[in-house]
Ligand binder design. Structure first.
Ligand code: ADP
Length: 852
C-alpha cells in the first residue's frame, strides 16, 4: 500500500485508539475493538459509510480508549498511521465487539483534536509523501548509501530463510519491486521486534532516521538466525555422515530417524521411477519429456506442490500402454456364433457388424468408418459393443458422453491447472492397460456445448483415422497413437449429433422390438441372467410366456427391454425371499414336523390351483418348488398393472383419433382430441406444439371447411360453414412433451371429421401422414417404430401414406400378420378407412342426386 506513489489522506480523520500492537505503513494488522468510542467509530463510519474515503481512519498507537463514554480522553500519541479498513467482522460473544482488519497507508501527525464524542476526530497533517522521498533520495547520497546497505541486509536475511516456502519467495521478489523507502516500515513489521521498537520506527518521521534505526534491528535478526543455524548444524552434519556411510549402516544397523527413512524411500522411489521410464516402451518424444521432468523432480524439494504434480504425471506416463496390446483372435464363424448367442433378433445390425469384422480380418489396419448404433434405450446397443470386444478378444471400455460439455473432458486439462488430469480417452487407456481396446462412446447425441469449448470438436480429432495416430492430450502434452483403438458410438437420435461428427460415422439403426421378440429375448437372455444374479435355479422359479407377455403389455411401455429386465429382476428378488424363507424353515425340523400334515394339504390344493400361489406365498410355509409366476403373483409382486388397454375407452366419443409419433425413445401412440363450442370461429391448440404441427391443424381445418358439403359436415347450428359461431379446441395430451412434425396431419383431419359428423373413429385404427391443402397424403419417417408402437398398444389397423409402402418390408412378419395396413394417397381414403362403413357415402348419394 505504502508503495503507492501519491497517497492523499483526508485532512480530518476519525481516530481509532489502539493499545496493543503498532500499525506501520505498508503492513496489515488485525485489531479487536470493544471500547465505546471505537465501537461508535466502526458503527457510524465504517459500517454506514459508502465511499472509499469513509473507510480511511487514523490509527493512534499506545493510547487506550477509556472504558466509559463519559471519561475524558487520555493524551493521544502524537503520531499515528492513516489506515484503510479492509474488513469488519462483528460478534456478540463473549461481549459485543468488532474485529477490524486494517492496512497502514502513511504516517500523520495530529494538529488539533476537533471533537471527542461520539468518537474522536482530528485535523491531521500527512507526514509521508513517498513521491517526495523518491525524488529526494536520488539527490541525497547518504540516504542512497543507507538504503543500499539496508537492502543488502534485507536480502541477506530473506535468503537465510527457506525459499521453498511461497511466502518467502514472494518476499524476496517484493524486496526488488518495492520502492526502497517503503522497506524499513514493512520489514520492521515482519521481523521480530517489540512494540516499543515499532513505536520508535513510527515516530521516526525522517526517512534517514528510519533507515538508521531499522538496520540494527535487521542485523540483530540475522545474527539470531545464524546462531539458530549453528545450533542445528551439527545435526545436519550428522545427517550427511549418515548418508555417506549408508552402505555400512545397513550392515551395522545404525539406528536412524524415521524422517531419514522416508527421505531415503522417496529418493529410492524416484530412482525406481527413472528406471521404469527408461525401460518402458514409450515413444521417443515422450521419453525425452519424461527424462527432463525426472531431472527437475530430483532437484525439487518434496514440499513443493509441483513435486506431487510432476510425480503423478510421470507415473501416468509409465503406466500408459504405449506399446502393449492384446492379440486379435478374429474368426468370422466364431464371431457369428457368439453374436447370435448373445443377442436375439437385430439381424440387420449383426449382419453389418460381421461385415465390418470380416473386412478387419482381411485387412488388418482398417481405416474404415466408425460404427454408430442409433436406436431407443435398452435395445442392446451397448451390449452389442461388448460382444464385439469379446469376439475380437479385446478389452472393452465404455465412455459415457452424456452431458459432457467441456472439451477438457476429452482432451484433458493442461498441467498448469490445479487438479489437472488427463481426458477420458487417455484415462480409459490407462484403465484397460492396452492400446487396442474397444471404446464405446456412449450417447454421442447428448454431448453439450459450453464456454469451455466444444467437446464434439475434440472428438473429431479422436475419431479421424488420419489424425488419431498422434492424438495429443493436453495433460500428457505428447502425442499418443490411438489408431489401434476400435471406436464404436451409440446414440438415441441422429438429430442432435453435430454434423461434422455424424459425417465420420456410419449410422446403423437399431429399432425397437416387437412383443414376440421381447418374449424371446426375455426367455433366452434376460431371465437366465436374472436367475443367475439372484442365485435362483429354474427348479425354483418358473415364468411362463403368458406372464412375460403380461409384463410387456401391462407393466412396461418401451421400445427396448430395459424396463422388462428390471421387472424380471423385481420378480426374482421377491422369489429369492420366499426361497430363502423356505430354506430357513426346513432347517427347523420341530416346526416342520408340527405343521407337516397341514403342509401337505396346502401343497395339494396349490397344485390344483396355480392362481392362488401368491396367497399361499404369504403363508409362513415353504412354498412348493418351482414357484410359478402367474398373473396373481405378478400383481402381488409388481402391484396393479400400470398400463391398461385404454384405447377403446378413449375412443367412445366423437372427436378423438389415434395418431402415431416418433420420439428418440421409440414410437408412441398419440391421442388427438377435439371439441367445439359456441364462439367466433377461433382455433385453440394446446399440448406444447411446434410450428409445423400448428400449420397442420390449420391445413386440416381449411380442407374440412372446403369439403364440408361433400361430406355433409355441419356445425352445431346445422350450417356447412364449420367455423360459423363455433370455436374449435384441439388438444394433444401428454402436454409436457414438445411435439412437432407434419405427420399428425391425417390424424387431425380424422379427429375433426369425427367431431363434425358426430361419428366415432374405429377404436382399432391408428394413422400417420402429412397432408396438403388439396387433400393429398404425403410420406413421413419412422414408420417402423410407429408401427411397433401401434402393435404394442394392441391396434389392429394402421393407415400410412401410400408412398411409405416400401418401409413395410422392414417390419417383422408376425407384426405384419397382426396389423393390417391401409395405404392411403388422399384424405378420402384415410377417412374411408378410419370410420366403420366408410365416410364418403352421403357425399356420393348427394352427387348422384344432383346428377339426376
Ligand atoms: P442400450 O445400450 O441400447 O441402451 P443395453 O445394451 O444397455 O441397451 O441393453 C439393455 C439390456 O438388454 C442388456 O442387458 C442387454 O443384454 C439386453 N438386450 C437388449 N437387446 C437384446 C437382445 N437382442 N438380445 C439379448 N439381450 C438384449
Amino acid at each position: 500500500m505504502a508503495a503507492g506513489s501519491a497517497i492523499q489522506i483526508p485532512s480530518r480523520l476519525p481516530l481509532l485508539l489502539t493499545h496493543e500492537g503498532v500499525l506501520l505503513p505498508g503492513s496489515t494488522m488485525r485489531t479487536s475493538v470493544d471500547s465505546p468510542r471505537n465501537m461508535q467509530l466502526v458503527r457510524s463510519r465504517l459500517l454506514k459509510g459508502t465511499s472509499l474515503r469513509s473507510t480511511i481512519i487514523g490509527v493512534i498507537p499506545n493510547t487506550s480508549d477509556p472504558t466509559s463514554d463519559c471519561d475524558d480522553l487520555p493524551s493521544l500519541h502524537r503520531i499515528g498511521t492513516a489506515a484503510l479498513a479492509v474488513q469488519v467482522v462483528g460478534s456478540n460473544w463473549p461481549k459485543p465487539h468488532y474485529t477490524l482488519l486494517v492496512t497502514g497507508l502513511c504516517r500523520f501527525q495530529i494538529l488539533q483534536l476537533l471533537k471527542e464524542k461520539p468518537y474522536p476526530v482530528a485535523e491531521v497533517e500527512q507526514l509521508d509523501r513517498l513521491e517526495q522521498f523518491t525524488n529526494q533520495h536520488k539527490s541525497e547520497e547518504e540516504l542512497g548509501e543507507l538504503s543500499e546497505q539496508f537492502y543488502k541486509y534485507a536480502v541477506q536475511l530473506v535468503e537465510m530463510l527457506d525459499m521453498s516456502v511461497p511466502a518467502v519467495a514472494k518476499l524476496r521478489r517484493l524486496l526488488d519491486n518495492l520502492p526502497r523507502e517503503a522497506l524499513p516500515d514493512i520489514l520492521t513489521s515482519i521481523i521480530r521486534t517489540s512494540n516499543q521498537e515499532k513505536l520508535q520506527i513510527l515516530d521516526a518521521v525522517r526517512l534517514e532516521e528510519r533507515f538508521k534505526m531499522t538496520i540494527p534491528l535487521l542485523v540483530r535478526q540475522i545474527e539470531g538466525l545464524k546462531l539458530l543455524q549453528k545450533t542445528r548444524k551439527p545435526k545436519q552434519d550428522d545427517d550427511k555422515r549418515v548418508v555417506a556411510i549408508r552402505p555400512n549402516r545397513r550392515i551395522n544397523h545404525i539406528p536412524s530417524t524415521t524422517e531419514d527413512e522416508e527421505e531415503e524411500e522417496d529418493h529410492d522411489d524416484v530412482v525406481m521411477l527413472e528406471k521404469k521410464i527408461r525401460t518402458s516402451s514409450m515413444s521417443e518424444q515422450a521419453l525425452k519429456v519424461c527424462l527432463k521432468e525426472i531431472k527437475r523432480l530430483k532437484k525439487m524439494p518434496q514440499s513443493m506442490p509441483e513435486y506431487a504434480l510432476t510425480r503423478n504425471y510421470l507415473e501416468l506416463m509409465v503406466e500408459l500402454p504405449w506399446n502393449k496390446s492384446t492379440k486379435d483372435r478374429l474368426e468370422i464363424r466364431a464371431a457369428r456364433i457368439l453374436l447370435d448367442n448373445d443377442h436375439y433378433a437385430m439381424e440387420k445390425l449383426k449382419k453389418r457388424v460381421l461385415e465390418y469384422l470380416a473386412v478387419r480380418q482381411l485387412k488388418n489396419n482398417l481405416k474404415g468408418p466408425i460404427l454408430c448404433f442409433v436406436g431407443p434405450p435398452g435395445v442392446g446397443k451397448t451390449s452389442v459393443g461388448r460382444s464385439i470386444a469379446k469376439t475380437l478378444g479385446r478389452e472393452f471400455h465404455r465412455i459415457a458422453l452424456g452431458g459432457v460439455c467441456d472439451q477438457s473432458d476429452i482432451r484433458g486439462h493442461r498441467r498448469t491447472y490445479v487438479g489437472s488430469m488427463p481426458g477420458r480417452i487417455i484415462n480409459g487407456l490407462k484403465t484397460v492397460g492396452v492400446n487396442n481396446p474397444v471404446f464405446l462412446l456412449d450417447e454421442v447425441d447428448k454431448l453439450g456445448k459450453s464456454l469451455q469449448g466444444d467437446p464434439a470438436a475434440a472428438l473429431l480429432e479422436v475419431l479421424d483415422p488420419e489424425q488419431n495416430h498422434s492424438f495429443t492430450d493436453h495433460y500428457l502434452n505428447v502425442a499418443f497413437d490411438l489408431s489401434q483403438v476400435l471406436f464404436i458410438a451409440t446414440a438415441n437420435t441422429t438429430a442432435t449429433i453435430p454434423p461434422a461428427l455424424l459425417d465420420r460415422m456410419e449410422i446403423i439403426q437399431v429399432p425397437g422390438y416387437t412383443q414376440e421378440e421381447k418374449i424371446e429375448i426375455a426367455h433366452r437372455h434376460l431371465i437366465p441372467k436374472q436367475l443367475e444374479q439372484h442365485g435362483l435355479t429354474p427348479q425354483q422359479i418358473q415364468i411362463p410366456q403368458v406372464t412375460t407377455l403380461d409384463i410387456i403389455t401391462r407393466y412396461t411401455r418401451e421400445a427396448g427391454v430395459r424396463s422388462l429386465d428390471r421387472k424380471l429382476g423385481a420378480i426374482c428378488r421377491a422369489v429369492a425371499v420366499k426361497v430363502a424363507e423356505g430354506q430357513h424353515k426346513e432347517t427347523k425340523p420341530d416346526r416342520a414336523e408340527v405343521g407337516d400334515g397341514e403342509d401337505c394339504r396346502e401343497h395339494v390344493t396349490e397344485d390344483a390351483k396355480p392362481e392362488s400361489i401368491s396367497e399361499t406365498a404369504d403363508l409362513a410355509l415353504p412354498p412348493e418348488m418351482p414357484i410359478l409366476i402367474d398373473f396373481h403373483a405378478l400383481k402381488d409382486i409388481l402391484g396393479p398393472p400400470m398400463y391398461e388397454m385404454e384405447v377403446s375407452e378413449r375412443l367412445s366419443q366423437p372427436g378423438v383419433a389415434i395418431g402415431l409419433a416418433w420420439t428418440p425413445l421409440g414410437g408412441e401412440i398419440m391421442f388427438v382430441e377435439a371439441s367445439r363450442m359456441e364462439g367466433e370461429g377461433q382455433l385453440t391448440l394446446t399440448g406444447q406444439l411446434g410450428d409445423v404441427m400448428k400449420e397442420s391443424a390449420h391445413l386440416a381445418i381449411s380442407w374440412l371447411r372446403s369439403n364440408a358439403k361433400r361430406y355433409q359436415l355441419t356445425n352445431a347450428s346445422g350450417s356447412f360453414d364449420l367455423l360459423d359461431n363455433t370455436d374449435i379446441h384441439l388438444h394433444f395430451p401428454a402436454g409436457a412433451v414438445t411435439k412437432d412434425g407434419p405427420s399428425a396431419g391425417v390424424t387431425i383431419v380424422t379427429c375433426l371429421a369425427s367431431l363434425f359428423s358426430g361419428r366415432l373413429v374405429c377404436s382399432d385404427v391408428a394413422m400417420t401422414g402429412e397432408i396438403t391443402l388439396r387433400g393429398l397424403v404425403l410420406p413421413v419417417g419412422g414408420i417402423k417404430d410407429k408401427v411397433l408402437a401401434a402393435h404394442r398398444a394392441g391396434l389392429k389397423r394402421v393407415i400410412i401414406p401410400q408412398r411409405n409402402e416400401k418401409d413395410l418390408e422392414e417390419i417383422a412378419v408376425n407384426v405384419r400378420q397382426d396389423v393390417r395396413f391401409v395405404l392411403a394417397s388422399c384424405l378420402d381414403e384415410v377417412l374411408n378407412a378410419a370410420f366403420d362403413g366408410g365416410f364418403a357415402v352421403k357425399a356420393r348419394v348427394e352427387r348422384l342426386n344432383s346428377k339426376l
